[in-house]
Design a protein. Structure first.
Length: 386
């Protein structure tokens, strides 16, 4: 769930709202199954608005709990738009792998082959880093989001939430730091990898990564509810408002509007729970990649720095393998200010679950409780809840 961007951001008045809201929760579901109880439980754990979607062997279930707007007390939409965060990386990896299948680039190409001189300085060397290492987070490059002040404090978010960022500027933030390890020798999650992957797509095709995602994935699959919004800081309607807790035990601040250029190819896409589910099923049932590229996507390495959080978790090319009680499933969660995206899909694509959670906690225990409950739903969907 928290394979993440970890807060992007800021400038406009925020509405501070206490975590405990004295109003009756709004809950609804389309059919029985494990989803209704899960969304209710997640709302009880403090998530302001929960949207859920599952598809199990062709049977669809939708459920919601909580509020789309805390101040007004309006219900969360049943299948509203939200920012999918780092799940964007899977879409970007698909485009790169399609280009590989067409012979237009190679996973063994160096970054410098496509972006000469962009990865340089302070021990960074694009001549030693491959496209495969970008997609698999084995490049060693510093994660640029750690240097974005607008992601970690309410004051910083207020000041920078509407800032426009060029991809080159995001990479430049990372180049101020030495790499964490030599390319290919370890694993650590870095959003910088996917900013560069988006830049490689543009160099190889002559079109921005967003255009390639649209023409190669969204249009063929009929995913009209999914888009890369560029600088647009608002969401289509209907959508739930997003809320961020900046300090443990603190109030929630409304953070819905935000310029996603700060995330770009690392996390800018907007969709709905059903739209995300359709993408995952199409990917796993073979509609997006040739068999060779599917196999390359699923070649995993141990997600070293995530073992305390996801024991046994492994990372492929823009996709994560998470062990569970019936073997495991494929996923890529994500978060941006105020929003979490949790998902999971079976190997054959027949079983999929997606949750959109419109609250981000600063409290580690609260975050852990939410993750565990979301993960239990995904396990029940993938394995069966009997």
């Amino acid at each position: 769930m928290r394979v993440h961007l970890r807060r992007f951001g800021a400038a406009a008045a925020l509405t501070a709202i206490a975590v405990g809201v004295a109003a009756a929760p709004v809950s609804a579901a389309t059919r029985p199954g494990p989803l209704p109880a899960a969304v209710d439980d997640l709302h009880e754990l403090g998530i302001t608005g929960v949207q859920g979607y599952t598809r199990v062997d062709g049977v669809v279930s939708r459920a919601r709990a909580g509020f789309g707007d805390l101040e007004r007390g309006t219900p969360v939409p049943m299948d509203g738009w939200f920012r999918i965060g780092s799940n964007t990386k899977t879409y970007v990896a698909v485009v790169v792998l399609q280009l590989v299948g067409e012979g237009r680039l190679s996973l063994d190409d160096t970054v410098d082959r496509w972006l000469p001189g962009v990865v340089a300085g302070n021990g960074n060397d694009g001549r030693r880093i491959t496209v495969r290492q970008l997609l698999q987070h084995t490049s060693g490059l510093y994660n640029y989001t750690r240097d974005m002040s607008g992601l970690f404090t309410e004051e910083g978010f207020r000041e920078h939430r509407f800032d426009h960022w060029e991809d080159a500027d995001l990479v430049a933030l990372a180049m101020k730091h030495e790499p964490g390890f030599a390319p290919g020798t370890s694993w650590d999650y870095s959003n910088t990898n996917y900013i560069l992957a988006g830049m490689v797509i543009e160099k190889a095709t002559g079109r921005p990564w967003e255009s390639e995602v649209r023409s190669r994935i969204l249009r063929p699959l009929g995913l009209s509810e999914t888009s890369a919004p560029g600088d647009r800081s608002t969401l289509p309607r209907p959508h739930a408002k997003a809320y961020q807790q900046w300090q443990p035990g603190g109030a929630l601040s409304e953070v819905t509007q935000w310029n996603p250029s700060a995330a770009s190819a690392a996390g800018a896409i907007v969709s709905t729970p059903s739209g995300v589910a359709k993408f995952w099923q199409a990917l796993q049932d073979g509609r997006l990649l040739k068999p060779r590229q599917m196999a390359q996507m699923h070649e995993t390495v141990l997600a070293t720095t995530y073992q305390d959080f996801i024991p046994g978790g492994r990372y492929g090319l823009g996709i994560m393998y998470i062990p569970n009680r019936c073997g495991g499933y494929w996923a890529h969660g994500g978060d941006v200010p105020g929003v979490n995206n949790a998902n999971g899909v079976s190997a054959d694509g027949d079983r999929v679950a997606v949750l959109a959670l419109t609250t981000q906690f600063a409290d580690e225990e609260a975050t852990r409780n939410v993750y565990q409950r979301a993960n239990r739903l995904i396990d029940d969907v993938i394995c069966g809840s009997d």
